[in-house]
Write a protein that binds this ligand. Structure first.
Ligand SMILES: NC(=O)c1ccc[n+]([C@@H]2O[C@H](COP(=O)([O-])OP(=O)(O)OC[C@H]3O[C@@H](n4cnc5c(N)ncnc54)[C@H](O)[C@@H]3O)[C@@H](O)[C@H]2O)c1
Length: 255
């Protein structure tokens, strides 16, 4: 699947990894429908020029995401939508039992799972249904889906029950989704980032962020959003990448 002259839906595109992926795809000659809950996605689309359009939407809403997929298909013209890079997500930290002995808030747990896991399924099902109708390209390929997990899916830290579970769910869906969608010529991949320099990281205290950066074997720094975008570009372009989760983490194993 080439980026040039193809159209991709990018969720979570107002910020961080999604915003960088949209920039890279446009720089490579592709078109993007950038979608986010945050209104600033409109300004980001404008900064990307004629090849980008924006839509505001919540990834947990069936109506919003159907509208986003429809808009991406329309932007793609005759070729429709070639792929989705799903980056929308939230981080959350809560202990099962806090210092005062209170149990964790159940609604907060469910909210994280709803956005990160159910939202991923929502985007994936609607994008797959749209792309299944595409004309087949080389090898019969009709589309590609890239989801965003996290290394927390594998080595979650204290306080990450909700976040780790939601991302482990994203990891768990990769293979069954890839197997099922193979008959439509649609690939499914996930990227599991380590620690990246995005606005999401600003929710973590400075000291903790420094400690995380220092614990990366090499390079000893946080990842740059464009390094995520470069992997997304490679996945889109390489048809043998399918049904797999790629850690992009400088070798970090969180403790
Ligand atoms: N930054 C990191 O270190 C890191 C590490 C591992 C995984 N990730 C994952 O990467 C993805 C992108 O994170 P980021 O670092 O770019 O964060 P970010 O906060 O910069 O961007 C996330 C975007 O998702 C949007 N969003 C949140 N909830 C939404 C919803 N319900 N509907 C639509 N949009 C919504 C936000 O408005 C925001 O623009 C997330 O899934 C995150 O869990 C990030």
């Amino acid at each position: 699947m080439q980026l040039k002259d193809n159209t991709f839906l990018i969720t979570g595109a107002a910020s961080g990894l999604g915003a960088a992926t949209a920039e890279r795809i446009v720089a490579a000659g592709g078109r993007v429908m950038v979608c986010d809950l945050n209104d600033s996605v409109v300004a980001h689309a404008e900064s990307l020029g004629e090849s980008a359009r924006a839509c505001r939407g919540d990834v947990t809403s069936a109506v919003d995401m159907q509208a986003a997929v429809d808009a991406a298909v329309a932007l793609g013209g005759e070729k429709g939508m070639a792929g989705v890079v799903h980056c929308a997500g939230v981080v959350s930290v809560a202990k099962l039992v806090d210092r005062e002995g209170n149990p964790a808030d159940l609604d907060a747990y469910a909210r994280t799972v709803q956005i990160n896991l159910v939202g991923t399924f929502n985007v994936m099902r609607l994008a797959a249904a749209a792309m299944a109708g595409n004309a087949p390209g080389e090898d019969g390929e009709r589309g590609v889906i890239i989801n965003t997990a996290s290394v927390a899916a594998f080595d979650g830290q204290v306080g990450q029950c909700a976040y780790s579970a939601s991302k482990a769910g994203v990891v768990g869906m990769s293979l069954p989704a890839a197997r099922e969608l193979s008959r439509h010529g649609i690939r499914v991949m996930a990227i599991a980032p380590g620690v990246f320099q995005t606005p999401m990281m600003s929710e973590i205290p400075d000291e903790a962020a420094k400690a995380l950066a220092a614990s990366v074997p090499f390079p000893k720094r946080l990842g740059k959003p464009d390094e995520f975008a470069r992997l997304a570009e490679q996945i889109i372009g390489n048809p043998m990448l399918n049904g797999e989760v790629i850690r992009l983490d400088g070798g970090i194993r969180m403790q």
